[in-house]
Each structure stands twice: as structure tokens, then as C-alpha cells.
Design a protein around this ligand. Sequence first.
Ligand SMILES: NC(=O)c1ccc[n+]([C@@H]2O[C@H](COP(=O)([O-])OP(=O)(O)OC[C@H]3O[C@@H](n4cnc5c(N)ncnc54)[C@H](OP(=O)(O)O)[C@@H]3O)[C@@H](O)[C@H]2O)c1
Length: 239
Amino acid sequence: MRNILITGGSRGIGLEFTKQFLKKGDRVFVASRKPEKSTELRELKEHYKKQLNIEQLDVSNEISRSQLYEKITKVTDRIDVLINNAGIASGNEKFRYQFGKLNQEDLCRSLLINAISPLMLSEKLFPLLRKGKNPIVVNISSISGCISSKKGNGSTGYGYSSSKAALNMYTKMLSLELKKEKIIVISFHPGWVRTTMLYCENAPLEPQVSIKGMIAVIESLNLQDSGKFLDWQGNELPW
Ligand SMILES: NC(=O)c1ccc[n+]([C@@H]2O[C@H](COP(=O)([O-])OP(=O)(O)OC[C@H]3O[C@@H](n4cnc5c(N)ncnc54)[C@H](OP(=O)(O)O)[C@@H]3O)[C@@H](O)[C@H]2O)c1
């Protein structure tokens, strides 16, 4: 039984990861700011009483990260897969700022939630990861963070795109740092997936399909793949 930690699992991509790993028989720690509000998580807990641990976590809060660490260590001393999935669209979640109407606070918030927090959580959980079986850190990034293919601001905005580019840099640096510990670190672009995230409500890709693809990729990874930016089908993407 693998121990999987998924952030931002109350809905969308994180929730679907939770469902699919549970079906595979793994133990899942699923965390979000308000997990008690997720009816689907509550229903899953009914079916997977022993496998599923629902935790409260604000990824951007140091105390909250420490509390999560303490809670996990009461159950296990190892994490095998950490999925840094929690993310926000813009900081205000109603629209993405265009040049001329930028908002400093929300730009900082995007960077904090989407990039800095996954890095800080990975550091906090390092003692558990280094004891993991073939441990993997998966950062859920986006093609929006790809600098070389950027064609314009589009709908993804300065905050979101730059936060995912920063996350990709953290992936690369962490992969180099953690190579000696044999911990694999990758960035994923999940595709454009239908979720509650801003501009994703009518996206073409079903979460079930994207997550099935990403789990197949996760299960095929080896140390040579560490530091890569991959899409949900395992294709390598440019930075
Ligand atoms: N959907 C797409 O097409 C797409 C494409 C590329 C990349 N992505 C990435 O995939 C990830 C998941 O996106 P999604 O589409 O599933 O979005 P979503 O439906 O809006 O879900 C976001 C999740 O993140 C959690 N969250 C937000 N802020 C948090 C915080 N400070 N601490 C802990 N949890 C937090 C939310 O739960 P609470 O509100 O309960 O905290 C929720 O569970 C994000 O990183 C996103 O950038 C998505």
C-alpha cells in the first residue's frame, strides 16, 4: 500500500486523484482549506474508512503545514507520492488581470499558493519523503507556465502563468537537490480539464481521463525522468 498525499483535493483534479488512488488500494491523505465542505470527500470517507485521511491544510500557512506533518506522522513515517495540486487562478478567482489593471496583492497570492507553497510543503515533508518507497514529488503545473511557447497573455494572465513558470523552476532545482536521496520530482501539465477553476468549467478534457493518464505516467517514472516537465500523456514539454 502506497502512502499518497494530495493537496487541493476537495474538488477538481485533486478529488479525482483521490478517487483513483483509493480505487487502486492506496492510503490517501487528502488536504484542502475546507475539506469538510466537500460532500464528495465525505461520501468517499464512508466507503474508504481506513484508506482515506481527510486533513485541513492551507498550503500557504506555515503552521498549517506543520500541523499536517504532525498528523501524518501519527499514522505513518513515510510518504511515497506527494501531489502538490492545490492552486488558484488569479488571486481573486473571478477574472484574470490584464496589463493596465494589475493588482500587486493578487499577483503575490498566485505566486505564494501556486509556487512557493508547493516548495515549502515539499521541504516540510522531506523527512517522510526520504523514507518513502520510490518517492515522487509531483507538481501540478500548467502549459501556461511554459515560457518558450508563450504567444500572448491570453486568458491565463500574468499571475497564473508566472507562478507556474516559477513552480517549474522549483521542480528543476528540487530534482537536482534530491537526486542523491533518489526522490523523483516532476512537473505535470494535466491538459485543459473540466473543473471548477476559473475558465475551466467548459474545458474539453474529463478529469477521469487526465488523471488516469497522469497516474499511468507516475507509475512508469524512474530517476532519469526526474526534473522533467510532462503532459498528462507522458510527453515531455519544453520549459
Ligand atoms: N483545470 C485545468 O484545466 C488545469 C490546467 C492546468 C493546470 N491546472 C492545475 O491543477 C490544479 C488543480 O486545479 P483544478 O482545476 O482542480 O482547480 P479547482 O477545481 O479550483 O480546485 C482547486 C483546489 O485547490 C484547493 N486550494 C486552493 N487554495 C488552497 C490553499 N491555499 N490551500 C490548500 N488548498 C487550496 C481547493 O480547495 P479549498 O477551496 O477547499 O481549499 C481545491 O480543492 C491547480 O494547481 C491548477 O493550476 C488545472
